[in-house]
Design a protein around this ligand. Structure first.
Ligand code: ATP
Ligand code: MG
Length: 392
């Protein structure tokens, strides 16, 4: 079987592979770019696997960077771009269910492909386009099935994150999880607790943003994975409702978390803390979730306090929650606010002090009252009039 490597990202990397071969080693495209190219999907980060050891790669190319040398990855700098070349390796140990105790560099492509998670991720392609398919990955791509490479039980035991990767890829690709693989997830779901929350969260977010979110969530629930992630296991009804939302793809993590918080009825900050999400994302989600609850008839002040980003997120989330919802009027109301931030207020503390006001909490309250009056359209945003109003 041949694959079309005309995509410029593949083309740009082919000279590197030829050079590795000329030095007497093997080199292949592997991983997601091969899978996605075969599916006709856009590709990103082209990964190269090679029989050459890191030190050998560094001898072949003039400019390299040790980006992950302990895992066997060296970045080759070539005509201004960087290409990651990873030495074939096997992994063993996995006493902690998440990380191999030993990574061993090997010369055999087969051994390298054997340690990969799913058959559709275990394809390799030579620079001439020849596909090496040792685990029936092509047939599984055709059938649109995610199947663990080798014994699914053993593979999830080695690295429990693979179970989250399965439901993430299910959602991203719209594939089914092959029954034995799904049974093994169900049997091993509790091992997910060995995995760091950040890594689980990254996969969960990608699941939420995938095209087949409902299917991914259904497997997440059916296998009991949900009972081994922070907080959500106690809110199954919310997750079921999440799976039943209209199918349109979710475009941003904040929209996804707003829907999770709203449907599972959990307060945003404890949720985001339990999932170790960044403060900025937590804050945006908090504002959007709060506004979502007010969207039936938001006041100018509520829209103003939410801010533009949260208004956008709340409107996007609401479109899933209330299919008949029309956000245009609210978006227009936000745009029509007299000011959109305190910085736009025609007066500030310093200006009021110049007018003889004493610094202190009183001044803060006066300013806030002016801000609220301007937002509500009760006062024009004009310096003289605001000063006059402050004098009263
Ligand atoms: P994408 O980049 O679209 O998320 P991908 O398949 O490229 O998908 P990566 O996480 O970039 O996923 O990993 C690259 C490849 O490395 C995978 O295709 C798979 O072969 C292998 N791989 C990654 N993580 C694991 C894992 N936890 N267990 C086994 N193999 C893995
Ligand atoms: Mg990748």
């Amino acid at each position: 079987m041949q694959i079309d490597l005309s995509h410029p990202d593949f083309q740009a990397a082919i000279p590197i592979m030829k050079q590795i071969e000329a030095a007497g080693y093997e080199a292949y495209f592997v991983g997601g770019s091969v899978r996605d190219a075969l599916l006709g999907l856009p590709i990103h980060d082209v990964d190269i696997a090679s029989s050459a050891y890191p030190a050998e790669i560094k001898r072949i190319f003039r400019k390299t960077v040790d980006t992950g040398i302990q895992h066997g990855t060296v970045m080759v700098l070539w005509h201004g771009a960087g290409y990651e070349v990873t030495t074939f390796r096997t992994e063993s140990g996995y006493q902690d269910f998440r990380r191999p105790d030993h990574v061993t560099f090997v010369r055999s492509l087969e051994e390298d492909l054997r340690r990969r998670d799913f058959t559709v991720n275990a394809l390799a392609v030579r620079h001439d386009g020849t596909v090496i398919d040792l685990f029936d990955g092509l047939a599984d791509l055709d059938r649109r099935v995610l199947r663990a490479v080798g014994d699914a039980h053993a593979r999830f035991h080695e690295d429990a994150l693979r179970m989250m990767r399965a439901v993430r890829f299910q959602s991203q690709l719209g594939f089914a999880v092959e029954p034995a693989t799904q049974a093994a997830i169900q049997a091993n779901a509790a091992l997910l607790e060995k995995i760091s929350v950040e890594r689980i969260a990254a996969e969960f977010t990608r699941l939420m943003l995938g095209q087949a979110r409902a299917a991914g969530l259904q497997t997440f629930l059916a296998t009991g994975l949900d009972t081994h992630v922070p907080l959500l296991g106690a809110h199954r009804a919310g997750l079921v409702a999440l799976a039943a939302l209209p199918p349109a793809q979710i475009t941003a993590p904040a929209v996804a978390w707003t829907l999770v918080a709203t449907l599972c009825q959990v307060p945003v900050h404890p949720l985001m803390t339990a999932w170790k999400q960044a403060n900025a994302l937590a804050e945006l989600t908090q504002r959007a979730t709060q506004l979502c609850a007010q969207l039936a008839a938001p006041t100018a002040w509520q829209l103003y306090q939410a801010g533009e980003a949260a208004v956008r997120v709340a409107l996007a989330a609401q479109a899933y929650l209330v299919p008949a919802f029309d956000g245009h009027a609210i978006a227009a109301a936000y745009d029509a606010l007299p000011i959109h931030s305190k910085r736009e207020l025609a007066i500030n503390g310093a200006a009021l002090i110049q007018q003889g006001f004493t610094p202190g909490p009183q001044l803060g309250e006066t300013l806030q009252a002016l801000e609220a009056a301007v937002v509500a359209g009760e006062l024009p945003n004009e310096r003289e009039q605001l000063i006059a109003a402050a004098m009263v």
